[in-house]
Design a binder for this molecule. Sequence first.
Ligand code: 13P
Ligand code: SF4
Length: 399
Amino acid sequence: MTTVDLPLLPLGRGTDLNSERGVECPGDLPAASDPELVARALAAKEKLGERVFVLGHHYQRDEVVQFADVMGDSFKLARDAAARPDAEYIVFCGVHFMAESADILTSPSQAVILPDLAAGCSMADMARLGQVEKAWEALTEAGVAEQVVPVTYMNSSADIKAFCGRHDGVVCTSSNAQAVLEWAFDQKAGSEGGAKVLFFPDQHLGRNTAVLKLGLSLDDCIVWDPLQPGGGVSAEELRAAKVILWKGHCSVHGRFSPDTIDELRAEIPGVQILVHPECKHEVVLKADLVGSTEFIISTIEAAPAGSAWAIGTELNLVKRLAAAHPDKRIAFLDRTVCYCSTMNRIDLPHLVWALESLVDGQVVNRIEVDADTAHYAKLALQRMLDLPGLSSTGTAQDD
Ligand code: 13P
Ligand code: SF4
């Protein structure tokens, strides 16, 4: 995680992005993106033409976003990748699990490229296949595996998605977690003892969805800690639970706190708190609206001039929203400036290198999922994509 302290701001612990802040630079600021690199990226993209399709996640840096053919959250980008069978090269400006999903959903003749292989995801790394298999063994020993549908968040490695594919499970994203969980419970509705979901890797998305969207209670959910023997839970607890949440979290969204919400409400009259469902349950409970990245964007776009917002999601996106809506007051829901360090690994030099290599006929940093893993991961992804009526936006908490 990259953390940078901002100059002191008038807003206590939140960071007001559309207000006066700190000391102005007295001289000329250098260009936000190196003009020479911008020209090289443009030239390479022009040479490649329709052969290349550049996807950009909303958490990417500005210097990268300007070259994206399409922007989106992880659900939209998965669909966009699948909808471009003619593009020879898919350059994915996002993180590793997203590029893997794009490779799974595109044809073998298309090359998916991640400009910097260090762009991983700490949350995805919190669930390893061996650990998930151990949890499944424990469910089997407790006599409940037959009742369980495994659901993995998109933010997981391809082998975890394949595990779900093999066990009649499914993938979800923050845009569609409610619909996917409802589908999962339906699959085992008739089973003796009742349906259960094993949800990984993000305990917060799982808990927020189960409790706030499906109406389950906190007592219906238990947490499986992969670092504890037996997950830190008893067979009896496994039998009683409706949702078994993996002990994983996002190191960016996990930072937001209920205290900051209280402070911002006291300081900004009428402020509305808008957060991503990867935030902790106690944060989501205090928020006015919760939804996926696409939902956060569409909410701010539709908001009236003069409205005030504090947003709990990745900072590149929040800063872009503040810049695009100077008529609205937009604060970041954390006192410390915190970007997703792995999303930020994709920078202009890496993008230029990837594009120019393609111009020279060399495919660098190709992300290839082996055929067997891809087959089963695709089953789980396709079950999600086939669910009827899914849009690429989230929903308000009180929908
Ligand atoms: P979405 O793109 O599904 O909103 O997920 C947020 C995120 O953390 C991506 O890494
Ligand atoms: Fe992973 Fe969180 Fe970064 Fe998304 S924002 S890539 S979940 S660490």
